[in-house]
Design a protein around this ligand. Structure first.
Ligand code: AP5
Length: 211
């Protein structure tokens, strides 16, 4: 099963990707998490990405495509994978298609901007593994501690209100056209991402994936 999770920042892509990664036994490739790890490690890619991410802008397509190509070449992707947050420009989608990366389903989580802004103010992420939580909607078992790896939960710098606004603008102008791209290929599965709890949305995603 090869799946893309599409949707605005904060639509719940990472939350659902993690659930379906476990359920289907396939890895999630989150370009956001890979870039944040590169920033923490102080690599060349991390240094290049930091200012862009903090400002809510996109990282150049060639950097993203190199990350995706390298990650998908690993053995654990042989049975399938989940792409979380990539592609998010038409150039990335076209380049991935040209590379021969085939996709079975593109799950588009639709969430209104007003809901996104409220969600982001309560989001916490694990600084070690990147797992997302929400202080009310999806809290960890122990406050401030990741359920999966025991890492410390922190607030992402790009979740500040003014940066979220910029990320939403970038999403609407640059990423939203991917709906048409994948719709034309018969791959788009739209799921309302704000109609219920994390579990309710998972049930809706499972229905469109047929799992
Ligand atoms: P990235 O990390 O991918 O961020 P994003 O796409 O903006 O998405 P988020 O991680 O913010 O949100 P999400 O949809 O995963 O939502 P989540 O599950 O956490 O990218 C960061 C940056 O890296 C980009 O801005 C860009 O600079 C760069 N980048 C990355 N990929 C790139 C690419 N391909 N090209 C160029 N640049 C790239 O959920 C959000 C919150 O809501 C959480 O608190 C969660 O607990 C809560 N929640 C989830 N579901 C529900 C529910 N049903 N009800 C209530 N709350 C819920």
């Amino acid at each position: 099963m090869k799946i893309i999770f599409l949707g605005a920042p904060g639509a719940g892509k990472g939350t659902q990707a993690e659930i379906f990664s476990e359920k289907l036994g396939i890895p999630t490739i989150s370009t956001g998490n890979i870039l944040r790890a590169a920033i923490q490690a102080g690599t060349t890619v991390g240094l290049q990405a930091k200012a862009l991410i903090d400002a809510g802008k996109l990282v150049p397509d060639e950097v993203i495509l190199a990350i995706v190509q390298e990650r998908l070449s690993r053995d654990d992707c042989a049975k399938g994978f989940i792409l979380d947050g990539v592609p998010r420009t038409l150039a990335q989608a076209q380049a991935m298609e040209d590379m021969g990366i085939s996709i079975d389903h593109v799950v588009d989580l639709e969430v209104p901007d007003a809901v996104i802004i409220t969600r982001m103010s309560g989001r916490r992420v694990c600084e070690s593994c990147g797992a997302p939580y929400h202080v009310e909607a999806n809290p960890p078992k122990a406050e401030g501690v990741c359920d999966h790896c025991g890492g410390k939960l922190v607030t992402r710098k790009d979740d500040r209100a003014e940066t979220v606004k910029e990320r939403l603008e970038v999403y609407h102008s640059v990423t939203e056209p991917l709906r048409q791209f994948y719709g034309e290929r018969g791959l788009l599965r739209t799921v309302p991402g704000d109609k219920g709890s994390v579990e309710d949305i998972s049930a809706a995603v499972a229905r469109v994936l047929g799992v």
